[in-house]
Design a binder for this molecule. Sequence first.
Ligand code: NAP
Length: 373
Amino acid sequence: MSIQPLRVGVIGAGTVGREVVRAFLERSPRLMPSDGAPLVLTAVAEKFTERAIANGIPEALLTDAPAHLVASTDVDVIVETMGGAEPAHTLVAAALQHGKSVVTANKHIVAHYGPELERLAREAGVPFRFEAAVGGGIPLLGPIAQDLAANRIARVRGIVNGTTNYMLTAMTREGRDYAEVLAEAQAKGYAEADPTADVEGLDALNKLVILARLAFGAWIDPAAVSNRPGTTTGAPGLPGITGVTAEDVAALAAEGRVLRLIATTRLAEDGAIEASVVPTAVPAESPFGRCDGVLNRVEVDGLPVGRVAFEGPGAGGPAAAAAVLSDLVSIARGLGSTWAGSPAAAERSAIEVRPVAGECVAAPSGACYPVGD
Ligand SMILES: NC(=O)c1ccc[n+]([C@@H]2O[C@H](COP(=O)([O-])OP(=O)(O)OC[C@H]3O[C@@H](n4cnc5c(N)ncnc54)[C@H](OP(=O)(O)O)[C@@H]3O)[C@@H](O)[C@H]2O)c1
């Protein structure tokens, strides 16, 4: 008996989507799992179809109307790689309501609309997968949800934003200041023209919300996550890495420490969830201190397993597309959603979220950076 193929529609063929489409056009045997349904690409939605044709996507596959694709009876699985808040959120919600499986790389919509999207997926009984949204090509969410399921996870922390890690690494190695390093990162394509989401820690904060969902079974509100270090006056510091100065970096280096933007979430004794995304002073010779450039590293502390670490390419079209394609194969194998068999997440309103508590080290700018190990 032959298994019906799963028909895939891709929305947004940019850096990530283009690599997903390429794997289909090259007829990758990985998309024909021997233990599941074959995956076939039936449509690609792009804003400017001429550009997509010039990029090698066959005209017959192309449409400029993603809403039609989401409602089409010829598509079983939607891959959302357009990014941004809207219309991505509305399209993904509509796809789930139409009973389609969804794979997205979009951390913004998963973090901000996670409770709604999870509810819609559960109501429709369709898989919703988002491995590419955190850690790019690093298999991270699946292992937390499945392979570590028998553990009590106490803390997840990590370097989850390549742009800021590249910038902090350059500031440390070359003693240059923030503005100069940011301009260089923009010139090299590591930072966007509007770098706010990266440098203020908002991108990392979205990823932390997703990690907390899988580790603790709760969708925390992104607005409740702290992205400002403390200061010696007690007032909140500047967001993300925007307040880090060359003098701060040099003073910490003299003590054998380096700054890394570390996203941390921890389950407190009283059931509250602690969550922060702040520049953290870690020993230069620690695993986080040695995690340089655009690499990502995430550590999970669980009982009884102890500490488990994941490190690798946290961004880039091919790496993120690898995660999207793996999600598609998981759907073809009938493996369900990224949260695997875990129960529905706790209501946002039922969870207290507060900044991660701990000691900090004062720096010349007046910031007091948390101390990490
Ligand atoms: N790049 C990475 O390394 C990476 C890694 C992990 C996750 N992600 C996530 O993956 C998603 C996509 O990122 P990306 O880097 O691939 O972005 P991108 O290069 O900007 O690609 C997005 C594509 O979607 C198209 N698009 C936007 N709005 C559309 C609409 N209404 N209808 C049809 N097409 C539309 C864009 O066209 P225009 O260019 O004409 O607007 C563009 O071709 C984001 O959520 C991002 O956070 C990216």
